[in-house]
Ligand binder design. Structure first.
Ligand code: PAF
Length: 273
């Protein structure tokens, strides 16, 4: 595995692969990698000839009250995990934006609800950095975990609307042995909070397995078992528009964000009619 820090080196290499018609797979990350990330890297490995992973903690997607400097980092551990998962190129730029950078990418209505309502500039920051990374890495396919389901939908919309010609591949949400969705934020949970947080996936699984065709009935059943310090949202939505639905009559997603102490957890599950 090679580690590349220079934007020019990365871009020159990528243009060479493109000229030779290589299948380039890409897994963008912000580092502090766990089994959820390495699963994505291993799955992408099987779909491409050259596999690039990026690690860049993107300032544009942090809000004014979110502390960028406290974001956990572990470059040595990350580099070992990337190599072990089959990565060819680890792209770790120190800075991704030149001083005269002036473009922002805004994806529209799918960015305004749910996470977008909590963090108004977040998805613009995500779309902008991913667009720039796509330009530098020139992938033929990129994988984003379904753990951040809204992010996946936003990036899929961006690639489709802008005819980027990049296949956006969903990566599975990976759960711990007890069902908690893997997230870098889980380390902040106290043992009691972690135990209570198990009710989040239980509520979602109950919503998934409930037999009612009414979204309101299923959500009420889920809410009844949920134990948290604050529920930001629990909803059943169309997976493409992220608009809430009334009836379970097609493949849908149940999505949730709940707070445990100072930690905010996201989870979601696919629903079949
Ligand atoms: O999911 C993430 O880690 C980030 O939002 C991403 C897609 C790498 C963009 O910075």
């Amino acid at each position: 595995m090679d580690i590349i820090r220079s934007l020019d080196t990365m871009h020159a290499l990528a243009l060479g692969w493109r000229a030779r018609g290589k299948k380039v797979g890409f897994v963008p990350t912000m580092g502090y990698l766990h089994r959820g990330h390495t699963t994505l890297i291993e799955l992408m490995r099987q779909r491409c000839e050259i596999l690039v992973v990026s690690i860049y903690v993107n300032p544009l997607q942090f809000g004014p009250n979110e502390d960028l400097s406290r974001y956990p980092r572990d470059p040595e551990g990350d580099s070992r995990r990337c190599e072990g998962a089959g990565c060819d190129i680890l792209f770790m730029p120190d800075n991704l934006y030149p001083p005269d950078f002036r473009t922002t990418v805004s994806v529209g209505a799918v960015t305004t609800r749910w996470e977008g309502a909590e963090r108004p500039t977040h998805f613009q920051g995500v779309a902008t950095v991913v667009c720039r990374l796509f330009g530098l890495v020139q992938p033929t396919a990129a994988m984003f975990g379904e753990k951040d389901f809204q992010q996946f939908t936003v990036l899929q919309s961006m690639a489709r609307d802008l005819a980027m010609g990049i296949e956006i591949v969903p990566g599975p949400l990976v759960r711990d042995h007890d069902g908690l969705a893997l997230s870098s934020r889980n380390v902040y949970l106290s043992p009691i909070e972690r135990h209570r947080a198990l009710s989040l996936h239980r509520a979602l699984f109950l919503i998934r397995d409930h037999t009612s065709t009414s979204a309101a009935e299923r959500l009420a059943a889920g809410r009844a078992v949920l134990d948290c310090d604050g529920l930001d949202y629990l909803a059943i939505v169309d997976p493409d528009t992220l608009e809430p639905v009334d009836h379970i009559d097609r493949p849908l997603r149940a999505i949730a964000a709940a707070r445990y102490g100072r930690t905010r957890l996201l989870d979601n599950v696919a629903l079949e009619p």
